[in-house]
Write a protein that binds this ligand. Sequence first.
Ligand SMILES: Cc1ncc(COP(=O)(O)O)c(C=O)c1O
Length: 427
Amino acid sequence: MSPLTPEEVRAQIPIMQKYIYLDNAATTPVPLPVFEAVKEYIYEYPANVERGAYSIAAIASEKVDEARENIANLLLNCNPSEFIFTRNETQGGNFVAHTLLQPLLNRAEGNFSEVEPIVKWEPHDEIITTVIEHHSNMLPWMRLARQVKADYKVIMPEKDGILRPKDFTPVISEKTKLVAFQHASNVLGTVHPVKEIIRQIREINPHTLIFIDGSQAPGHIRVDVKALDCDFYAFSGHKGPLSMPGTGGLYIRKELISQLDPEEIGGGIIADVTKFDYKLRSDSYGKRWDAGTPNIVGYLALGRAAVYVAKEIGLKNIEEQELKLMKLLLEEIQDIKNLEFYGPRTLENRGGVLTFNIKGWTSHELSLALDDNWSILTRGGHHCAIPAMRWLGIHDEYGGNTRVSFHYYNLESDIEKLIEALKVLSE
Ligand SMILES: Cc1ncc(COP(=O)(O)O)c(C=O)c1O
């Protein structure tokens, strides 16, 4: 079967018939085939999973297993047992931060014993992140640092917003216990050389844990967590993968997830329970994190969406379409007077996100004017990255910047209309 074209995908997204939707970094509309998967569950096999033996309960459980496999294989290239369903990227980061606080309880092998914590925190251990992170990849680590009395350090990259290995190497030491940074930026449009950065971090300190915020990557570009060699990788389903809000995932490397006591415990995650203790299931580490009746419709939506973006469209095609649009935008936007844009001047290390300001407009006003006059939907503001906006020096004057962000179903005609509108607004 030949891959879906951008026009075919656009036709499967009702809102695209009414607006020029350029806010895909915030959330994406759900295409009809993903919605159909949810409908199918509700109409055909609306049963709980991992519990009942009757026919539709078995179907529902199988479908959720299939979804887990597709997401793990197609979006991350990990083993399904290393994959945890979450609400979004934010929850993935918080799960990891909480987990690193706990001493580990080995409830898996039935010996009901306490074992060594994964991280033995000592005062002045270091937690490292960067100034361009989303608040969701800052606050959990700030709080963790206070709780464990670690030093919290913030890397300042070059102003083009590309994170480079040389930004990390002077900061990593034997005291570094955790490094958390993004795969791609929602503020500068950059896609970072994550594999190379991780390689250099591990050369200096092989024991450091590495958390990657993948919010702006899966579904837009090909991601291989094994090749990256990270320990944790969190993402949201409602962005690049084209799933629904309330869906997302967290990869945890097998050696770690096999030892972790899950964030929440209860029904559905156990092999045995005595009157006083419990033994976690061992058939799937990821399923240990599914206490209680899970978000079944969300899991199925994300599973269907993984197949849609990775197989029916193709991640390489998405990458190419977004870069084609970005090339056109970069060529045209350079000539608009009174307009300043952020991030690299060329396609180097860029994805499908671009931010800018026009003199005389706050970022919110500009975004509203684009909607009011041209039905072009963009995002204005600080994009949950206030430290990045202060570092760019645009927080006070503009309240941040205005952002356009693409997906496969955006067309060159969208960029042409945007450019026309920006030319009028910058007069
Ligand atoms: C880079 C980055 N990290 C984290 C997040 C948080 O994502 P969510 O709100 O889906 O948890 C976002 C959302 O825009 C983001 O762009």
